[in-house]
Every structure is written in C-alpha cells, then in structure tokens.
Ligand binder design. Structure first.
Ligand code: HEC
Length: 136
C-alpha cells in the first residue's frame, strides 16, 4: 500500500515537471532497421542493399567533415524526412520513411531561436548519425 502511494506521488511529481517525461526513441535500433541495409551498420555506405542501387549510399560518417567540421543536424533530419531532397538528383533512390515521422514529437531548436515539434524517432536517428562522425 505504501508503495502504491509513493508511486502515485512520483507519477504526479513527474507530471508536474512536464518535460521530465520526454518521449524517447532508440536511434541505434532505428538505424539498424531502416538505414543499415543501404548505409551499412557503421554508416559508411556499404550495406548489403547498396550493390543494386543506381546511386551509391552516402558515407554517413563524414557528414560533419564534409561540412566544415559541424554536423548539420537539422539538414540531416530534413534529408531523412524527405523535405530537402524532393526532386533532387539521387534523392529518389533513398526512400521516405513514413513510420519514422509518426509517433510523439519533441521540441527541437532548429536554429535562429525557432523551436519546432519534431518526431522523436527522427531526432534519435540524427543523434545516432551524429555519433558516427569521424575525421575525414
Ligand atoms: C534504399 C537505400 C537507402 C536507405 C534504406 C537509406 N538511404 Fe540514406 N541515402 C541513400 C542514397 C543512395 C544516398 C545518396 C543520395 C545522393 O547522393 O543523392 C543517401 C543519402 C543519405 C544522406 C545524405 C548524406 C550526405 O552526405 O549529405 C543521409 C543523411 C542519409 N542518407 C541518411 C539515411 C538514414 C538516417 C536512413 C534510415 C532512416 C537512410 N539514409 C536510409 C540510400 C538509402
């Protein structure tokens, strides 16, 4: 009985804190399920499905190095959700992943002080890809 009361108290405290209960997603698992087939588990662009593609999957470990040392998080997220590549050369080779765009949103600072509700799975993937970066 005491535990139930304590549990309820803790739940209420977390709810009161609001942002303490941010939704979470596992970027590594998502990458493995949706991306590794083409980009490879280590992100270098040599997944088993890469062979049959009209365009070689990008090496995702050098995105920061190719961008003056800064990881372009927002650009990467909009590449994954298909927004920035619509109609671009090569942009059609990589599919758009509708399931990644569903589910809960988190607030992301997209620069210039603009905070945008962004699908939590997209954020987790971008964070995971950022963690794969290595010097060129
Ligand atoms: C069907 C194969 C395929 C799958 C699956 C795939 N991609 Fe790609 N991706 C590509 C290809 C091909 C390119 C290069 C397109 C080009 O250069 O025009 C690319 C490019 C990218 C880029 C741009 C990299 C750069 O250098 O600017 C990012 C970021 C990216 N992919 C992330 C992902 C993520 C994250 C996933 C999983 C959600 C994923 N991709 C799944 C084929 C794929």
């Amino acid at each position: 009985m005491r535990w139930i009361v304590m549990g309820a108290g803790l739940g209420a405290a977390l709810t009161a804190l609001g942002c303490a209960v941010q939704p979470q997603a596992d970027g590594k698992a998502l990458f493995h399920d949706y991306c590794a087939g083409c980009h490879g588990d280590d992100g270098r662009g040599d997944g088993p499905a890469a062979l049959g593609l009209a365009r070689k999957p990008a090496d995702l470990t050098t995105i920061a190095a190719r961008n003056g040392g800064t990881f372009p998080r927002v650009k990467v997220m909009s590449w994954i959700d298909g927004f920035t590549r619509a109609g671009k050369h090569g942009g059609q080779v990589m599919p758009i992943f509708d399931p990644l765009l569903s589910g809960p949103n988190v607030l992301v600072d997209t620069g210039n002080g603009v905070v945008t509700p962004t699908p939590v799975q997209l954020v987790a993937l971008a964070d995971y890809v950022e963690g794969l970066q290595r010097p060129k």
